[in-house]
Design a protein. Structure first.
Length: 241
């Protein structure tokens, strides 16, 4: 940080915050680019999405949560349920400590989730990325705790699971009630079920945003699979009413 940047950051906290995030972004991409070619899928994932900064990670305090925004359909493109691992063995030279420091990366559902750098303040300027050791990478299993969405999916009958793409299933809370969205409609609207498997149509910018549908979860899944569900007609009726 030069003299002008130091002056601006002391006067304008938002400017300082932006500089920190820019430095963290350089650090993150430097680490991902340092991975060997057999982990090219992770390198591609890092480039295709938007890194937003390193945050506190309560689940594993020795790691930093990597906040990443997935534009468009990228979240569903890269997410693979149960593909969890820890990547270790990557070493990058620290100009501060004058030695190579190890980097570890946590992958949760195939998404880049968190990283740890030994003896570091997570400052890009600490490291010399021309000095990297990545020939002893180890990819091991890593257990994350079950989430609500995992417990919900595992509780479903096999007949429903067979017709449901878990990687397109996510949970959201609306007005204090938990819903599990299983089918996306246009403009961010969706079909969802509650914990009792009642089916709902969720349409934003309507007077009745959440409408319970008179159909079973299994039946709507079968209708969608057989192309019997008319999405366009459904949306028209929702906005008409």
């Amino acid at each position: 940080m030069n003299v002008i940047q130091k002056t601006l950051s002391s006067l304008f906290p938002k400017y300082k915050s932006r500089l920190i995030i820019e430095g963290q972004k350089k650090l993150f991409h430097g680490i991902m680019n340092a991975l060997p070619d057999h982990l090219a899928d992770l390198k591609i994932q890092a480039k295709a999405n938007n890194f937003e900064g390193l945050k506190k990670f309560d689940l594993h305090p020795d790691f930093k949560y990597t906040e990443i925004y997935y534009p468009g359909e990228n979240y569903f493109k890269y997410k693979i349920r149960g593909k969890n691992s820890k990547i270790s063995g990557l070493r990058i030279f620290s100009k501060v400590n004058q030695r190579f420091e190890e980097v570890e990366i946590l992958i949760w559902d195939n998404l880049i989730w968190a990283l740890k750098i030994n003896h570091s303040n997570y400052d890009f300027k600490e490291f010399d990325f021309s000095k990297v050791r990545n020939n002893s990478i180890d990819v091991s299993n890593f257990d994350f705790p079950s989430r609500k969405i995992d417990l919900f999916y595992d509780s479903l009958d096999e007949a429903i699971q067979e017709r449901l793409d878990y990687n397109e299933l996510f949970d959201e809370e609306i007005d204090g009630k938990l819903f599990f969205t299983f089918y996306g409609l246009e403009d961010g609207n969706s079909l969802a079920v509650d914990e009792d498997l009642n089916v709902y149509s969720i349409a934003y910018d309507t007077d009745n945003m959440i409408v319970k549908m008179n159909i079973s979860f299994l039946q709507i899944l079968e209708d969608i699979a057989a192309n019997r569900f008319d999405e366009k007609k459904h949306i028209e009726e929702r906005y008409k009413n």
